[in-house]
Design a protein around this ligand. Structure first.
Ligand SMILES: Nc1ncnc2c1ncn2[C@@H]1O[C@H](COP(=O)(O)OP(=O)(O)O)[C@@H](O)[C@H]1O
Ligand SMILES: [Mg+2]
Length: 269
């Protein structure tokens, strides 16, 4: 099992959009995926889950002795489960979020592995402080969405330095890659920034696929669904996240056991 967090210095860069759409693509590709919302402001894909009445979630889990099975919600897709953020305010009121968080996040990942998840995807609040630091440090990989905007070249090095510090402090987390988001295909400025970032950064640090700014992503996130579920038939842009999922598989070594063997067998049959 791999645990992947998303992280960014700023809010509104497309972290949640990435998590919801990527989780859906990974699940569609057969990976048993758990999408975890660690953003107190978050409302990750609640409409994906069958039951939205259940209000407990991530914050309840890390501030109690609940089992993961008590708080995880199934979705219509058997390979996709969701752990919503839960009752952050109540947990905060009782001063509960604190010392136990690192241990409880490790419990969460262990329990997810025992439940048979292949991949845990953790959405986070903006910034790398507070609980997000704990979440990112507990994960194997981090994906960094980066808006194609003029100041990007300045914020990326800072982000990478912070992540390097986490590793120096003993955290296993590696950068899976930076994902260019909200690229405006009809704006010279946006395209230029995207080009310059690809020149500035080593290719292995960036997803080949980027995410264009499109009204359908805005609409899908307003409805709490991946863009693939916006219409009766998935629009072409849903393929973007299948591509990102494929790149992530390669970058993280997420592989089906005996995959090459199967490929071979089917050739012979
Ligand atoms: N590729 C995109 N095209 C258009 N709008 C987008 C795109 N990605 C995100 N958005 C919109 O931008 C806003 C912020 O995105 P979100 O994923 O919530 O960012 P974050 O989680 O980093 O705060 C949301 O309203 C979302 O719908
Ligand atoms: Mg978000």
């Amino acid at each position: 099992m791999i645990a992947v967090a998303t992280a960014s210095q700023k809010g509104g860069v497309g972290k949640t959009t990435l998590c919801v759409n990527l989780a859906y693509s990974l699940a569609k590709r057969g990976w048993n995926t758990l999408l975890v919302d660690t953003d107190p402001q978050g409302a990750v894909g609640l409409s994906l889950a069958r039951s939205t009445r259940e209000k407990r979630g991530f914050y309840d889990f890390i501030t109690s002795a609940l089992d993961l099975a008590d708080v995880v919600l199934p979705t219509r897709l058997p390979e996709l489960s969701i752990l919503p953020a839960g009752q952050y305010d109540a947990c905060m009121r009782h001063g509960l979020v604190a010392a136990d968080a690192p241990a409880r996040i490790r419990d969460l990942l262990r329990a997810a592995e025992l439940r048979g998840h292949d991949c845990v995807l953790m959405d986070t609040a903006a910034g790398l402080g507070g609980l997000t630091e704990t979440v990112v440090k507990a994960c194997d990989y981090v994906v960094i969405p980066q808006q194609a905007e003029p100041l990007a070249a300045r914020s990326i090095p800072h982000m990478l330095e912070t992540l390097a510090r986490f590793r120096a402090e003993g955290a296993p987390v590696k950068v899976a890659a930076i994902l260019l988001t909200m690229v405006m295909g009809d704006q010279e400025m946006s395209l230029r920034v995207a080009r310059e970032l690809r020149q500035m950064l080593p290719a292995e640090l960036m997803f080949k696929q980027s995410v264009p700014r499109m009204a359908s992503f805005l609409e899908a996130s307003a409805r709490g669904v991946p863009v693939a579920l916006l219409k009766h038939n998935p629009p072409p842009e849903a393929l973007i996240f299948d591509q990102i999922a494929a790149e992530l598989e390669e970058r993280t070594g997420l592989q089906r056991e005996g995959e090459t063997h199967h490929a071979h067998a089917s050739l012979l049959d």
